[in-house]
Design a protein around this ligand. Sequence first.
Ligand code: SF4
Length: 492
Amino acid sequence: MSDAIIPQGLWTGDYYNQGTGKSDIFDTLKEECGVFGVFGHPEAASLSYYGLHALQHRGEESAGICVTNGDEFNYHRGMGLVKEVFDRDLLASLHGDRSIGHVRYSTNGDSSLMNAQPLVFKYRDGDLAVATNGNIVNAPQIRHQLEQSGSIFQTTSDTEVIAHLIARSPKDFVEAAREALAQLVGGFAFMLLTNDKMIIASDPHGLRPLTMGRLGDAYLFSSETCAFEVVGAESIRDILPGEMLVLDAEGLHEDRYAQPQRKALCAMEYIYFSRPDSDMNGSNMHAARKRMGQVMAQESFVDADVVTGVPDSSISAAIGYAEQTGIPYELGLIKNKYTGRTFIQPSQELREQGVKMKLSAVRRVVEGKRVVMIDDSIVRGTTSRRIVNLLREAGATEVHVRITSPPFKNPCFYGIDTPSRAELIASSKSIEEIRKEINADSLEFLSAEGLISAVEGDNARDYKGGLCMACFDNDYPTRTDFEGEKKFGCSC
Ligand code: SF4
């Protein structure tokens, strides 16, 4: 077992995200975390490595894998990217046929090795490892109660509460986990590993994505299906809201710890977070984004010479917009793939330069042209203004901004790092005021109905298309009014 620290400056910078092409230099939303589990494969550690690598866009601050063969736990965690934290020798030392792994983007809890997951504990029945994606809204309250009754926490991560709830229960592990999960309110995908069992669980609304695959006789679990493709596994199905899968020597037992509530998968997974090659709820992300662009074109057409998308997350939608309107799609913006991670410079001037280092307008494409620029969201507005100005400096005569989500007005309690409501530009400004602020010739947002119809495609589903849309409509699927400090973002 080991924990490794990579020198701080190497990982606190603005790494360019593989999945979305965004980085910390932009004021965009941040991913939460990614989890990957294996049960019943002799190369569990290597599969986890490749799986986590495919999920790297969900968290770049730390990575960890915990493996067991039924006896001792072998684990390694470190600060940095998966490829920086693990090497061949380390992976070869992680023996076992079952594992849970994690990539972390921290928002709640310090960004430090202490909070890197999987968290590993000794308790009365042996070893326990925990990996999670999401946020437990009532964790501060539960933690306070546990501390009042004597629990001593090892980390500042809210994820630790579940380990304490399990350890304090007089019941066996499965019943203790069932009761512990039932106490949690929020959006979460959990992986729990003991010496002889693994538990996979999703919150009662299915807010965070979690899916199951098979590789031969082994079961695999992942935040996104793209990780199954990488290891040659077959995707089987999504984990259902309130479901609790128990895996042991007898195989897979499908169970639940809570009745499913209204399905509310995070809409931002479709709009921005997930990789375009992932499928969720029966929809492929690229196809859904392309439909968003098509619906956007139907809702708010503007005559122009070229359509371009902010790379990478908005390219699919830009292609859809172009197909629908007949206006040619062009690569008007490109990202520099080789910037790697650099230190964030504090001054505004250097931040502007930072954007140019990572994103360029293609002068030959946009010069003298009326450009439709497709992007996925506007958070504070500063990034949109910089990109519009890049296009203007490259000679665009008009820049029309089309956003493939409704105005982002409310913070997230379920694992997405968002600024406070006061910092969200759409919470206080009209669309016309935002247009002026970002220096665009016109600005339109996709309607909520348009977003739902694009996500559903041909499969009309239930209420709101099974989506959480709280950051747009303030309709949070769970209680959020617990005592104590409100935590926006991710507790994993
Ligand atoms: S509030 Fe927004 S970002 Fe958070 S889970 Fe709901 S849709 Fe996703």
